[in-house]
Design a protein around this ligand. Sequence first.
Ligand code: AMP
Length: 398
Amino acid sequence: MNYHKKTVRDVDVAEKRVFVRCDFNVPLDDNGEITDDIRIRGALPTIRYLLGKKSKIILCSHLGRPKGKVNPKMSLKPVQKRLEEFLGIEVPMADDIVGPHAKAMAAALQPGQVMLLENIRFRPEEEKNDPAFAKELASMADVFVNDAFGTAHRAHASTAGIAAYLPSVCGFLVYDELYTMGKAMENPQHPFVAILGGAKVDEKLGLIERLLMEHCDYVLILGGMSYTFMKANGGTIGDSLCNDAMLDTVRGLEEKAEAVGAKLMLPLDNIVADRFANDANIMCVQSGHIPDGFMGMDIGPKTIEVYTKIIEQARTVVWNGPAGVFEMPNFANGTRAIATAVANSKGISIIGGGDSAAAIDQMGFSRKVTHISTGGGASLEFLQGLELPGIACLEDED
Ligand code: AMP
């Protein structure tokens, strides 16, 4: 996919109406308070740049999964308050999306003013990428800016459809994602090490294949998906997570790795438990020798030692997916050790969103890695070389 896209710097935004698709999908607690505002902070550079250009700014985002219906629990009101605190100016919010209130507010915007639309997913047309709805959104603005990388793999009205009707460019957050990950994948420095874990083996096979094609030197498999590989190799895995439908595909991948001379590595030892619980009885066993009544919950000390050495010598590291059930403290050791090794590696390190990003952040290593993607699913698809509808619709760089 071509990731060389125009940014807000490449179009005339001065005093223009600019529709900015952001990712304000922040976690809220039971009282509707924001528990982590990193996504709001991520949008500020683009908003501040546009304010400097005296644009008339219309901000748009989804929050949660309201499924096309108005749901006050998923209102963007808490985001409005936080934006006002960060920007130090009023950010009035429309209580509809393309209704009379929003349209009147957009028409009345003065240079250097910002407004926020209500949750775009309150409208069923959004996820259907309804062209008439996309056209209505576009009618409020002169320029479309996509700064929501987390939804760039979705073809929705506000992420892709709207681009058919307006000059369309990316914001700084999206540009940073595209440039850093695109460059690392285009010309990776070797040794190039990929670390793939987490539960969903089917979602990550495409990425493993691409990494092998891109001459990745090591693919280190861990986490819930590693047990499917162990079973495919004839190991016993007890009650561990396994995707039986993928056994043949996994064997095929191992053959591909051998053909290109890459090392596709599996854990050497595992911490196993007799229940899926933090206080279960545990022991450490050789991988592929997990007795009945036990399930793999984390990697063991030998795996940590071997994987750490490989990761620390890497010049390019891509990591997606935890090494174990890291939400339970007794099974977080492996993920912590991998995060430490990635932070200690000397070259480019890219964290593909989701749980691995949370782990790096929780351990205070955010500044020690090159890039933490804001999009779990989107970064997986981008690193695989798939076309993201929310990016493909933007204008190419000259
Ligand atoms: P994913 O969304 O595919 O990246 O998977 C992340 C989830 O995988 C996390 O919630 C982990 O708890 C889970 N996970 C990691 N290792 C295991 C395991 N050995 N057994 C079950 N779940 C796991």
